[in-house]
Ligand binder design. Structure first.
Ligand SMILES: *Cc1c(COP(=O)(O)O)cnc(C)c1O
Length: 410
């Protein structure tokens, strides 16, 4: 969203204020041209020809968005069987879906086998179970190389105490299980969590995985997960995918030469593909001056965008209605009966009741982490595609809140 002649405009000259008038607030809006740009950036950064991007759809699980990525050639990374089911609804072929759950029960894995998707195993006890239940179904192994990736502790999953993946230090045990049970290992995987700033840290992880890969003779693919960082503030660093593409293509090519076969190189970004495509628009319900602070209060809260409170993440906040008014210093808060502060001491063009306030970087983990806390319905979602705005999810209603409740006679 950019300022053009002192008015905010979305791609195709679409006026966000018009969208808010048509669909109401709070409202999530996504721009497919940004998703496509990000997707092409990754695929074009790699000279290595056999590269496959799986969209990590937990970031934004909407059938239309999933369909778009399919059209562009992506596969899907799913962390639950329900995501897999939606991926199939969105038209993905089972072989283009990788199911990477964590602490899922055998019944979910059984279902994944039935659906014919690729399966990632992230614990030794599950690998041992595999021999008993699905010995002849090839699987991928999620390895934890124990990289200390950056980011908030809630999204860094590579540390030694992490519940994710099979520790690289347990590889000898893994090999014993694989050999004794005759398991088929088709892929190795790592996902060290969000916000790896440094290309070299990524490559160190890849090297650890390549080293482990030499122990498995029937691999088809190596999946290096995600960790791609996006900028939130103007001076933020983002993952240099071009540098990563260049360095990793070279490394992977020489690994394949040693391995004796060309494998598929896979990645599974979520945030990188959709974060910058999305905005949350909310209405200022009240401006409240206390003795020390001026608050902008909104018709949304941590129930609709929890990232600032959950991860301490930064979202740029602007006054969409009056972008040219003199900036004042505000603390922006939600309407939930919890502390739900979106931003402290932000410079925002002077706001009054009724103004539309816009949040940037709301495409990933925005709507998907929304809840009905305080019994407020979840927002509608609009997608801008080929210059037009399309409603891709209706706003919830009070009926949605009570639909599954059963009143008993008392
Ligand atoms: C969440 C997740 C991703 C995507 O992470 P982003 O930080 O959104 O890119 C990829 N792979 C797995 C296994 C995940 O759980």
């Amino acid at each position: 969203m950019e300022l053009v002649d002192n008015k905010y405009q979305l791609t195709g000259g679409i006026d966000p204020l018009e969208l808010c008038k048509t669909y109401g607030t709070p409202l999530y809006v996504y721009d497919s041209s940004v998703m496509e740009r990000q997707y092409r950036r990754i695929t074009e950064a790699f000279q290595y020809p056999d590269i496959k991007i799986h969209y990590a759809c937990k970031a934004l699980t909407n059938l239309t968005v999933m369909k778009l990525f399919r059209k562009w050639g992506a596969g899907l990374d799913c962390v639950s069987i329900q995501e897999v089911q939606q991926g199939i609804l969105a038209g993905y072929k089972p072989e283009d879906i990788l199911y990477t759950p964590n602490f899922a029960g055998m019944d979910e894995y059984d279902e994944a086998v039935r659906l014919g998707v690729k399966i990632n195993i992230d614990a030794i006890p599950m690998l041992e179970n595999w021999g008993l239940h699905h010995k002849h179904i090839p699987v991928c192994l999620r390895i934890n190389p124990h990289l200390m990736a950056g980011g908030h502790e809630n999204i860094s999953v590579g540390h030694i105490d992490s519940k994710f993946g099979i520790s690289i230090h347990q590889l000898p045990h893994v090999l014993r299980v694989v050999e004794s049970q005759g398991l088929l290992i088709e892929g190795l995987h790592m996902h060290t969590g969000s916000d790896i700033l440094d290309v070299d840290v990524f490559i160190r992880g890849a090297d650890i995985l390549f080293e482990a890969a030499r122990k498995f003779s029937n691999l088809q693919y190596i999946d290096l997960g995600s960790g791609f960082k996006v900028p939130y503030k103007p001076d933020d660093i983002e993952t240099d995918v071009e540098e990563l593409g260049e360095k990793l293509s070279e490394r992977f090519t020489s690994f394949c030469r040693e391995y004796g076969r060309s494998l598929t190189l896979m990645f599974e970004p979520g945030k990188f593909l959709v974060s910058e495509s999305g905005y949350l628009f909310a209405k200022c319900t009240l401006v409240k001056q206390t003795t020390s602070t001026v608050f902008i209060g909104l018709d949304t809260g941590l129930n609709h965008l929890i990232r600032p409170m959950f991860y301490g993440s930064y979202h740029k906040i602007v006054n969409v209605t009056e972008p040219t008014f003199k900036p004042r210093i505000y603390t922006v808060v939600g309407n939930i009966c919890e502390t739900d502060t979106f931003g402290v001491d932000r410079r925002i063009a002077e706001a009054v009741e009724g103004d539309i306030i816009g949040f940037y970087n709301a495409g990933a983990y925005g709507w998907m982490m929304a809840s009905n806390y305080n019994s407020r319905p979840r927002p509608a979602e609009v997608l801008i595609h080929n210059g037009k705005a399309h409603l891709i999810r209706r706003r919830e209603t009070v009926e949605d809140l009570t639909r599954n409740q059963i009143q008993i006679d008392i």
